[in-house]
Design a protein around this ligand. Structure first.
Ligand SMILES: C[S@@+](CC[C@H](N)C(=O)[O-])C[C@H]1O[C@@H](n2cnc3c(N)ncnc32)[C@H](O)[C@@H]1O
Length: 443
């Protein structure tokens, strides 16, 4: 990713004009603006807008990456940006204008964009988007923000503002001070974590974490690292390595990875020597899973199927169910999640998680193991599902302190795994995961 959106010389002329003034093309800001409007107005996930908008604006990879960074930075600080703009706005502007202003402020306050570039490009953006009546407002507000700079942030509780209220309340259930610790973990760009294939050499510039992950600086382009093409490693957050590690797959065991793409956990199971079947429903994600397994040269059987109804040919020794969820635990990599998800989304998600927990019972042999995992911080998708699994007949098999020696603070009194972005704060934080282990009772 580029260091920051770069002010650029006009490359071509836009066809959208205000009066006679042609507007310089600026695909970075056009794409970032589309992404942010998608999140704010339609609750559309960042990735869903990115490709579409980058294609529409003919944005080369460098602009695409810069747009992603600009949109993600704005989203990470969105509550703060809204609050600090409030005193400058006598009337509520249309939401796209507010989005453009927030984007401008994010450049001034968090991306060190020179004031003339942040102000000028915002004014041009508004003209291109047929919002010319608001260019005077943008000019005046952004100049004031540029003049006052970081003093505007003084006295604002940024951690509190940048987390939607319903999530802050929900995360209080994780413990005293945890919502603030999570907010701090989410407030900066996440590093890139790699899982090394056994015996492979780590790329230079990384730090070895206690669980063995290699942590590269934020913004590292994985495909450009030596060893990537040869399959020496794969991208996987440090916390995301824990569920598959806790399944403790043995060489020759038959293990199914339900909901497998893009395949980080599948690769771990294959690396352990298990005979792995990877089930994935989404065709595009299945392609990514296949490409990853090909690059890593792991002989995994890949099946396109619905995990709620798929039945294996033979009963499995173990199942890893990394269920689709709200993904609130991944907000440091996907800050859009915070503003796209709603409490009511949890009803559909938990119903699907229960269906998969039920179906998994028919896939594993009596005495076989199941790990249920979600990258969610929500009680409904974690502890409540573990209790639901037990009510379905799954027998709990709690994790032990020895198994979680690398991260003792993640072991709950019930023997579940609970990580969150407040953990390993001194090392650059980690994603939020919940996992619980069960055994299918012997008949
Ligand atoms: C949390 S992601 C899995 C991440 C993956 N386990 C990894 O570690 O790389 C959940 C996946 O479940 C897939 N999925 C959603 N519903 C499914 C279903 N009914 N059957 C199979 N896969 C499904 C999604 O497409 C998505 O790829």
């Amino acid at each position: 990713m580029t260091a920051e959106p770069r002010p650029r010389k006009p490359r071509q002329r836009s066809t959208s004009r205000q009066g006679n003034a042609p507007q310089p093309a600026d695909p970075t800001r056009d794409v970032a603006f589309d992404i942010l409007c998608g999140v704010v107005e339609n609750r559309r996930m960042l990735e869903n807008s990115l490709t579409r908008s980058a294609t529409a604006h003919n944005a080369p990879p460098r602009d695409r990456a810069a747009a992603h960074r600009l949109a993600a930075t704005t989203l990470r600080h969105m509550g703060t940006l809204r609050a600090l703009l409030e005193p400058f706005l006598r009337k509520e502007p249309p939401e796209p204008v507010r989005v453009a202003l927030m984007m401008g402020c994010a450049q001034l306050l968090f991306l060190e964009t020179p004031p003339h570039a942040a102000v000028g490009t915002t004014v041009s953006l508004l003209r291109r988007r047929k919002l010319a009546p608001f260019t005077g407002l943008a000019n005046a507000v952004l100049r004031k923000v540029a003049d006052q700079g970081a003093t505007l942030l003084e006295g604002l509780d940024q951690n509190r503002l940048d987390i939607p209220a319903w999530l802050w309340t929900a995360w209080n259930q994780l413990g005293r001070g945890v919502p603030r610790a999570i907010a701090r973990g989410i407030s900066h760009e996440a590093p890139l974590d790699l899982t090394l294939r056994p015996g492979a050499t780590a790329p230079e510039g990384g730090v070895v974490l206690p669980n063995g992950s290699i942590r590269m600086p934020a913004g590292t382009r994985v495909a450009e690292l030596p060893g990537y093409e040869e399959g020496a490693f794969w991208v996987q957050d440090a916390a995301a390595t824990l569920p598959a590690r806790l399944l403790n797959a043995q060489p020759g065991e038959k293990v199914t990875d339900l909901c497998a793409a893009p395949g980080g956990k599948t690769a771990q199971l294959a690396a352990a020597g298990a005979t792995v079947t990877a089930v994935e429903q989404n065709p595009n994600r299945l392609t990514r899973l296949r490409e990853n397994m090909e690059r890593l040269a792991y002989p995994v059987e890949i099946v396109q199927a619905d995990a709620t109804s798929w039945v294996p040919d033979t009963l499995q020794d173990a199942i890893l169910l990394d269920a689709p969820c709200s993904a609130t635990g991944t907000a440091r990599r996907h800050p859009d999640v915070l503003w796209v998800k709603r409490p009511r989304d949890l009803n559909t998600l938990t119903a699907g998680q229960d269906q998969m927990l039920k179906a998994a019972m028919g896939m594993v042999k009596p005495g076989g193991r199941l790990i249920y995992a979600v990258c969610s911080l929500q009680e409904e998708e974690g502890p409540a599902r573990a209790r639901a699994a037990q009510a379905m007949g799954w027998q709990p098999a709690p994790f032990t302190p020895e198994e979680l020696a690398v991260l003792p603070e993640a072991l709950t009194p019930e023997g579940w795994l609970r990580t969150h972005p407040g953990m390993w704060a001194d090392k650059g934080s980690m994603d939020g995961f919940f996992a619980a282990r069960f055994i299918r009772p012997k008949d």
